[in-house]
Design a protein around this ligand. Structure first.
Ligand code: ATP
Ligand code: MG
Length: 258
C-alpha cells in the first residue's frame, strides 16, 4: 500500500495525458510509423486524418498496445505502457477503443456486453455494473435495447453500445478508429452526436475519421498523417482553410470536392 501511494506522489503531474515520443514501427520493410511525436492534453479532442495506408490505425493500436513499437516511448497519464499481464489489462481498460467493426460479443446481450468488463477487469459487483450499464445505454440512446443481442440492432445502435461498453471502464482516453465508416449514411449522425456529447463532457479523445464536419466542430486539433509521418497539425479552422503542406492540400481537395 505504502509503495503505491509513494509511486503516485512521485508521478510528475502534467496536463499531457497521452505522450508519444520519437515512436517508430516497421512491418517488415515498411516503416509504418516514422518518428511520431504527439502529445494530447487532458480533455483535448484530436482528429487524425490522412490517406489510406498512412498509419492512422497503426498509431491508434500502438496507444493501447495492440501493436508493439520498435523504438521511442509512449506514456499514458505519466506512465509508460506496460508490457504484459494485469497492468496491460488495466491499461486497455484506461484506453477505450471503438473500431469500425463494432466488435460486440455476439452471444451476450447488449446489457451483458456493457457489464462484462466492469465485472471482469474493474472487479465491480454485478448490481453496480448493471446500474452503470443501464445509465450508459440511456446516455447513448439505446436503453430500450438492453436485453437484445447485437445482431438484433442496427449498425448505429451497435456502435453506440460499443461506445457505452468502452465508457463503462471509466477510460482516461477514448480512441475511435473510423467509427462511422461501416455505417449506412442515416446512422452516421446518431453516432457522431454521441461522440460530440462526449467531447463536450470533457473526454480526451483521439478520433480517426473522414467526417470533416465532426473534425471542424469537435476537434481542438487536426493531425494530418501521410506515409507514416505527422506532416501537419493545426486547429481545424486553420487546417481546413489554409493547409500548409502540399500533401494536406492535395488530400483535402480530394475529399472535399468529390
Ligand atoms: N499487421 C500488419 N502487417 C503488415 N502490414 C500492415 C499491418 N497492418 C497494417 N499494415 C500496413 O501498414 C500501413 C499502414 O496501415 P494502417 O492500417 O495503419 O493505415 P491507415 O492510415 O489506418 O489506412 P486506412 O485509412 O485505409 O484505414 C499499410 O500499408 C498497411 O498495409
Ligand atoms: Mg485505418
Amino acid at each position: 500500500m505504502t509503495k503505491v501511494s509513494v509511486a503516485k506522489e512521485d508521478a510528475v503531474p502534467t496536463g499531457e495525458l497521452v505522450v508519444l515520443k520519437s515512436v517508430n514501427k516497421h512491418f517488415g520493410a515498411l516503416h509504418v510509423l516514422q518518428d511520431i511525436d504527439l502529445s494530447i492534453a487532458r480533455g483535448e479532442v484530436v482528429v487524425v486524418i490522412g490517406p489510406s495506408g498512412s498509419g492512422k490505425s497503426t498509431l491508434c493500436r500502438t496507444i493501447n498496445r495492440l501493436e508493439t513499437i520498435d523504438s521511442g516511448a509512449i506514456a499514458i497519464d505519466g506512465k509508460p505502457l506496460p508490457q504484459e499481464g494485469r497492468e496491460l489489462a488495466r491499461l486497455r481498460a484506461d484506453v477505450g477503443m471503438v473500431f469500425q467493426s463494432f466488435n460486440l460479443f455476439a452471444h451476450k446481450t447488449v446489457l451483458e456486453n456493457v457489464m462484462l468488463g466492469q465485472v471482469k477487469v474493474r472487479k465491480a459487483d454485478k448490481k453496480q455494473a448493471e446500474e452503470k450499464a443501464r445509465a450508459l445505454l440511456d446516455r447513448v440512446g439505446v436503453a430500450t435495447q438492453a436485453d437484445k443481442y447485437p445482431a438484433q440492432l442496427s449498425g448505429g445502435q451497435q456502435q453506440r453500445v460499443a461506445i457505452a461498453r468502452a465508457l463503462a471502464m471509466d477510460p482516461k482516453v477514448m480512441l475511435f478508429d473510423e467509427p462511422t465508416s461501416a455505417l449506412d449514411p442515416e446512422m452516421i449522425n446518431e453516432v457522431l452526436e454521441v461522440m460530440q456529447q462526449l467531447a463536450r463532457d470533457g473526454m480526451t479523445m483521439i478520433v480517426v475519421t473522414h467526417e470533416m464536419g465532426f473534425a471542424r466542430s469537435a476537434a481542438n486539433r487536426v493531425v494530418f498523417m501521410a506515409d507514416g509521418r505527422i506532416v501537419e497539425e493545426a486547429v481545424p479552422d486553420q487546417f481546413f482553410s489554409n493547409p500548409r503542406s502540399d500533401r494536406a492540400k492535395d488530400f483535402l481537395s480530394k475529399i472535399l470536392h468529390h
